[in-house]
Design a protein around this ligand. Structure first.
Ligand SMILES: [Mg+2]
Length: 205
């Protein structure tokens, strides 16, 4: 049995794809367009390029345009607006309540957003820590650097940890570093680096 449960946030503990991600996506393109005085189409293309090179718009904006990450994250993650899209779930609360062991969140999202979402879901009390994009010096999952940093901060060996995630590339790194990996997905696909697949969080107990 794993001693530490490491949960991703978006699309693992709640549905972010249907309303939240499109909103953040639009805000990021608006931000890039306004900041660099370029059209929305050009901003979109630039974001695509940064996504391929850096794995995130933010990294590209920091390295190439000296953008302040705090400003970028605040302007692109309007927590008050976004948390209105969150749907509470008794089943989720119940699962987290019953699940034994220390539980933490490890997300590529900013801290203010992660706090707002977990509060809206009424699940914040089940987690001892939230590691956000700020915790890894803006190096997002799936970078090994990000995982190593979190493990160091936790002071735990990887084999004591189970990573619960919807994203396969993140689970690949988690497996590589020695964690147990649990995929949350409705798709019937289970690559070799996934130790267990569940279709919803309630199946953890
Ligand atoms: Mg996710």
């Amino acid at each position: 049995m794993s001693k530490i449960w490491i949960f991703d946030l978006d699309d693992t503990l709640h549905d972010a794809s249907s309303k939240i991600f499109p909103d953040i996506n639009k805000s990021m393109t608006d931000y890039v367009s306004n900041k660099l005085h370029i059209s929305h189409d050009d901003a979109h293309a630039l974001r695509d390029q940064y996504w391929r090179v850096y794995g995130a718009t933010l990294k590209g904006m920091i390295d190439n345009h000296g953008v302040d990450p705090k400003e970028f994250l605040l302007k692109t993650h309007n927590a008050d607006e976004l948390s209105k899209f969150v749907k509470q779930s008794h089943a989720l609360k119940n699962t987290l309540k019953k699940l034994k062991g220390k539980k933490i969140i490890f997300t590529n999202a900013p801290l203010h957003y992660a706090i707002a979402i977990t509060k809206s879901l009424k699940i914040q009390k089940y987690f001892s820590t939230i590691y956000s994009i700020e915790s890894t010096n803006f190096n997002p999952k799936p970078s090994l650097h990000a995982f190593r940093k979190i493990l160091r901060r936790l002071g735990k060996k990887p084999y004591k940890c189970a990573m619960v995630e919807d994203d396969l590339t993140n689970l690949k790194t988690a497996c590589k570093i020695g964690m147990r990996t649990i995929l949350v997905s409705k798709l019937n696909k289970k690559p070799i680096f996934v130790h267990k697949r569940i279709s919803k969080i309630t199946q953890l107990i």
